[in-house]
Write a protein that binds this ligand. Structure first.
Ligand SMILES: [Zn+2]
Ligand SMILES: [Zn+2]
Length: 177
């Protein structure tokens, strides 16, 4: 939803997140949602054109574990308070003193703020590079391909790279003197 900054009343604008998308685009992929977006935002503006967005949201993504390749639910819960500056702030004549809070400066352009983009971007940032169904996930056996979270196999997975074997022998030799 696009919000025109000039439409924000002085008393602020309360926005309930209602979003019926069932998947979000992620690079070339689509991530399905097991639970749709819900949450809210309270939006206020200051006299000098800053827009302050305070809110929280939750969504549940269906991710694929990078170790065992099974799908699992990944819950995103975020609370935030962000300040958006009009784009003219950075290109204008006045010198804007950046305070510590402004290190991640956010801007809005053309007097508009895309509210769905706010929670979508936060969702993207929370997706781990290597999603894991659990920290203890045992992954799949590289020999037989079985999911080691469910079964144990008899495979010998202690395969030593021949190059390391040479090094190990060398080390043994050195240690023996
Ligand atoms: Zn896993
Ligand atoms: Zn195996």
């Amino acid at each position: 939803m696009i919000l025109k900054v000039s439409d924000i009343p002085d008393s602020g604008f309360h926005f309930d997140i209602r979003d019926d998308r069932k998947a979000i685009a992620y690079g070339k992929f689509n991530i399905p949602l097991s639970k749709l977006y819900s949450g809210f935002m309270d939006i206020t503006k200051t006299d000098d054109g800053r827009v302050i967005v305070e809110g929280s949201f939750s969504v549940t993504l269906r991710l694929t574990c990078s170790r065992c390749l099974e799908d699992f639910d990944y819950v995103v819960v975020e609370s935030f308070r962000d300040t958006y500056f009009p784009k003219s702030f950075c290109t204008g004549h006045g010198v804007h003193e950046l305070s510590k809070d402004d290190l991640d400066v956010l801007y809005y352009a053309d007097g508009e703020l895309d509210l769905s983009l706010i929670y979508l971007e936060k969702t993207y940032l929370s997706i781990p590079m290597k999603p894991l169904c659990s920290n203890e996930c045992k992954g799949i056996c590289p020999v037989c391909g079985k999911n080691l979270n469910y079964v144990e196999c008899e495979c010998n997975r202690k395969f030593i790279d021949p190059r390391w074997e040479q090094l190990a022998k060398l080390k043994e030799k050195l240690l023996k003197g």
